[in-house]
Design a protein around this ligand. Structure first.
Ligand SMILES: [Zn+2]
Length: 621
């Protein structure tokens, strides 16, 4: 079996590269802070008939109550209601809140500016829907519900558009002042009905509007003939009992969201408003739509990652460093560069933040072990924000990834990633105390846990194993399906690392405590772990038939993904080896032939596989 030992050694480098490529992506959905909600309870109903009239199609028959939200204290105070019922219209499929009360937007968001600028605003996810626009020329841009105005600022700065915005909130007032944007600090009114805007953008707005017909009428009157409307809204079809509460609450947002559309009811709304051409797409829990009176033609490149980086770089260059927004923009650049694997650039932005925060907060973020940010319960959210920048979890996560992948210093990466986790939990505790949460920070903490376990595995495999055993759902609650998926992902990653590093006894201990890292769906995320599993079966357990099956499925998954050339050939080669060991020499020779004459759509054969072709023609050992 020495050839196989060598195979493991060869493979480990490749696997590690695959793994780090995946790890290098900061897979963070940049959600804006959700109004998830301290103490709001969701109860699913049996579908009783509800006496009400559908606000979209005006049907009054068989309106069905399907969810009841018993409000927590904060929401109860704001809304003056004890509970809200969600009702579904069988005719148009729209879902709506009954009573359809909503909070006052002029009061709701004044206190959270610092958090929004440093951490909460998901600028990238605000801009991404611009990808849905077609190639028609745009000179004048209107944004309804523009909030602080990041999209307007991007449109003006990067795309050169003439911009205007409406938003009644406190953030809009701040953005108008700080970015110098032409924002009307109020609700959309007839003054916008000028009929000369080429593009009207409503990001996460229509779910707040109890009277969509009047709103869409105003919106249409603002559009030029041949103009384009872009909308995003949460997908009402995501309201299912199998969805975790942390995903449901931001969609329901009691008191904020009064009508929830699915693809069909959104299409209904657009057609009812008079649009004759529509484009709809689903993106995670979000629906995105484009609508117009003239046909779509081609597609535009109003949003690309490169343009977004240009925007951030330009915006940073024009902000004074003592401005809160400056640190927020530099942080978003750090995230983009880390995400793209440009670690040199990322490190430069990290250095900027280190110096900035040393002056502003008197803290040394290079030395997180010396910092204590778990305050006793008395500290308020505001006090927390005076002492700390709200984006520290993400900054330490990015720094930890740089240490792990670029600098190859796992011993330094582990404590940095631990600091990211601890700070993220402290921040979320503070947010929850004021009735909200931050999904991006929640996801960052999970990514940091996975990366930290990978770091530990490289210098102290026992501790890595203990870290996996010690994973706890924490703030997400014991029944969180997201936590279970996270824990399984951590186990799969660690299993791959342990096999790669030759820690077979520890890998066995991991297997004793849960299922093998095999997922029926074979998510791209798990392919490295599945490869390690196959090698383990083949070389350690002598379970050649089973190993052959694992490698066959892995090979198929790699082919379907079209992105894993190295894994594809590695899987195929080991499938051939497994065949050889169970006496199927024809199959082994077939694989050898493929390596010698690669099919055109499989990509080139990696060197570490090509040089082992002879092993497939030998007799089994
Ligand atoms: Zn209806």
């Amino acid at each position: 079996m020495t050839a196989f030992k060598q195979a493991i050694a060869d493979r480990s480098l490749t696997l590690w590269r695959n793994l780090t490529q995946t790890l290098g992506k900061v897979r963070v959905p940049s959600h804006p802070t959700s109004a998830a909600s301290a103490g709001n309870q969701i109860e699913w109903l049996g579908g009783e008939v509800w006496q009400s009239v559908c606000p979209l199609c005006f049907c009054a028959e068989n309106q069905t109550a399907f969810v009841e939200i018993v409000l927590g204290e904060t929401a109860r105070r704001l809304l003056g209601e004890a509970k809200i019922t969600l009702v579904r219209c069988p005719a148009c499929q729209v879902r709506y809140a009954s009573p359809g009360c909503s909070v006052s937007y002029t009061e709701a968001d004044r206190s959270a500016l610092k958090f929004y600028l440093e951490q909460g605003a998901g600028i990238r996810s605000m801009l991404e829907p611009l990808q849905l626009a077609d190639a028609r020329p745009v000179a004048r841009y209107l944004e309804i519900g523009c909030s602080y105005g990041f999209s307007m600022d991007y449109a003006r700065r990067v795309l050169g558009w003439d911009v205007r915005g409406f938003d009644p909130g406190g953030l809009a007032l701040a953005g108008k002042d700080q970015l110098g944007l032409p924002i009307e600090n109020g609700y959309l009114d007839a003054s916008a009905a000028t009929g000369d805007f080429d593009l009207v953008f409503c990001s996460e707005v229509i779910e707040h509007i109890p009277d969509p017909q009047q709103y869409m009428g105003l919106m249409r009157r603002s559009l030029s003939s041949g103009g384009l409307a872009l909308l995003t809204t949460p997908d009402g079809d995501c309201l299912r009992p199998d969805m975790p509460a942390e995903a449901l609450l931001p969609i329901i947002s009691p008191g904020h969201h009064v009508i929830l559309y699915n693809a069909r009811s959104l299409e209904f709304l657009l057609r009812q408003s008079g649009f004759t051409h529509t484009r709809l797409e689903q993106n995670g829990n979000q629906l995105r739509a484009a609508a117009s009176d003239v046909p779509f033609s081609g597609s535009a490149v109003y949003f690309t990652a490169a343009r977004y980086r240009d925007y951030l770089t330009q915006a940073v260059a024009q902000r004074p460093a003592d401005d809160i927004l400056y640190g927020g923009l530099v942080y978003r650049l750090l995230k983009e560069e880390t995400n793209g694997g440009r670690f040199g650039e990322a490190q430069r932005w990290y250095d900027v933040l280190r110096d900035l925060y040393r002056d502003r907060y008197r803290i040394d973020i290079d030395n997180p072990a010396a910092l204590v940010f778990q305050f006793p319960g008395a500290a308020s959210f505001d006090e927390f924000g005076r002492r700390w920048p709200y984006n520290l979890a993400g900054i330490w996560y990015c720094r930890g990834i740089i240490q792990l992948i670029e600098e190859r210093r796992p011993r330094d990466a582990a404590p940095t990633l631990m600091a990211a986790i601890s700070f993220g939990e402290a921040l979320r505790n503070q947010l929850r105390s004021i009735g909200t949460d931050d999904l991006e920070t929640a996801q960052l903490c999970r990514e940091a846990e996975i990366a930290r376990i990978s770091a530990l595995a490289q210098f102290d495999a026992e501790r890595a194993l203990d870290a996996v055993f010690a994973l706890r759902p924490g703030l997400d609650g014991p029944n969180s399906t997201r936590f279970r998926a996270h824990a399984q992902r951590a186990r799969a990653r660690l299993f791959a690392d342990l096999i790669n590093c030759g820690h077979h006894a520890l890998a066995e201990r991991l297997l004793e405590t849960g299922p093998a890292p095999i997922d029926e769906a074979m998510r791209a995320d798990d392919l490295a772990a599945i490869c390690a599993w196959g090698i383990y079966l083949l070389t350690e357990k002598g379970r050649h038939v089973e190993a052959g099956r694992v490698f066959r499925r892995l090979w198929q998954a790699a082919r379907e993904s079209g992105r894993h050339n190295d894994l594809l050939w590695t899987a195929r080669f080991h499938q051939g080896l497994a065949a050889l060991y169970i006496g199927e020499t024809d199959k082994a020779h077939e694989v050898a032939y493929e390596i010698a004459h690669p099919p055109p759509d499989w990509g080139s054969v990696p060197g570490h596989i090509a040089c082992r072709i002879d092993e497939l023609s030998k007799a089994g050992t």
